[in-house]
Ligand binder design. Sequence first.
Ligand code: FAD
Ligand code: NAD
Length: 466
Amino acid sequence: MAEYDYDLLVIGAGPGGYVAAIRAAQLGLKTACAEGRETLGGTCLNVGCIPSKALLHGSEKFEEARNGTFDKYGIKTGAVELDLARMQGQKADSVKQLTGGIEFLFKKNKVTWLKGYATFEDPHTVTVAGEKVTARNVLIATGSSVTPLPGVSVDNDAGVIVDSTGALALDRVPEHLVVIGGGVIGLELGSVWRRLGAKVTVVEFLDQLLPGMDGDVRKEAAKIFKKQGMDIRLGTKVTAVSVNGGKATLTTEPAKGGEASTIEADCVLVAIGRRPNTEGLGLEKIGLEVNARGQIETDHDFATKVPGVWAVGDVIPGPMLAHKAEDEGIAVAENIAGLTGIVNHDVIPGVVYTMPEFAGVGLTEEAARERGEIKVGKFPMLANSRAKTNHEPDGFVKVISDAKTDRVLGVWCIASVAGTMIAQAAQAMEFGATSEDIAYTCHAHPTHSEALKEAAMAVTGKPIHI
Ligand code: FAD
Ligand code: NAD
């Protein structure tokens, strides 16, 4: 009889966990994955990346049809109406197809889905739905959940104070949506509801939106979202929220202190970050402690300090991104199987899927300057022929390289397709490219990506079209 039931037991079927399980099975390991949700795919497929992008895409089409954007192309539209139930329906359909797709992949790769929440008994034994299961290796990929705002109670069913899950499921367009937190979720979901007709106010504690992004990008973001009609209140904190008869009253104050004021809203989205899921896992039973941010620390192989226990994704340090979790999932499975799995955490792209999109990879200009001498090349989308032809004037591309070696340290991009453009920057950086390498790579014309080539040319002061 085998010593353990499985070679690998993965806890959590989000992008970190399900990808690790599939790769481990591909590598010949007997693999199971415990997931407590009704469907596989984790936050990303169920209440994150996929449903938010479905609503972003649908609301973008609605805004284009309604706001006369089509008129620019000589397309006349009649009265445009929103069928929100149908828009929510197409979102649900995408989620259903993709979560079902993971179930299919589990069956195809012979990964056993253990339905239920898992708790450690010891490093090689876990209880799932009342059954004890043993494994030579256990991977924690339990992801993250919404960070609560002290004193503010989210009630997604009532729909007045909601978190991202509630904001993805609203069955009405709010009259006034106040978003607490000007980060990725606040701006993506704020954009959805603004496009569908809500007045949107964003209250951000810091003096700029989108923490973690390049300073120029953050400044430009505030300008662009204001131009689109959002009321952006930077350097402002929410001190209290009360609900009365389906309406919320928010009390705000300048972050640095000062006079309080109030905002009335019929919907409030709390989007102040996410925190790792470790509660109820029984980490104390295996002697595994979390750090001050509640994360599980690992080494470069994604091994925790408890032999046989590994961790990836939102539950460990680093950006909370699906593609980071996926790459870690592949790497950890390869390491468990005795191969060498590596993730280069210096080259993880990040994208905000608004219109335009905001994207970046590598160091910000501020961080690069702190490290040493740099050169910076910038190119505006206004001077890019394709962006201009498509009536998409907002944005720029910025390439930051090391002053001595010319090696690219970071690329930042605001453009309608910045999320797609940033892939080539990430690949170039992964291959150790210089700005000259990008500048001398032939880019198809007319494409938005030519702006990246020109920004790379601008590093040495020689772009053509500006
Ligand atoms: P998760 O996806 O959170 O999955 C963890 C799973 O573990 C969950 O299904 C949970 O039910 C399960 N679980 C937890 N505890 C247990 C247990 N004890 N036993 C069994 N199962 C358990 N990232 C992007 O890169 N791009 C985007 O566009 C994007 N959009 C987002 C939009 C929103 C609204 C949100 C909230 C997030 C978004 N993210 C996006 C972030 C992305 O969803 C996460 O980074 C990603 O899902 C993390 O993957 P994970 O596998 O670590 O965890
Ligand atoms: P975030 O960290 O991106 O932004 C939270 C914002 O809230 C910050 O700007 C912060 O300064 C602000 N804030 C914190 N406390 C506040 C307070 N009391 N009052 C006002 N503002 C306050 O977090 P998020 O937007 O909640 O997203 C959570 C995670 O989900 C992020 O780590 C992100 O990586 C991930 N995500 C990614 C995508 C994407 O890749 N497109 C989309 C959605 C979510």
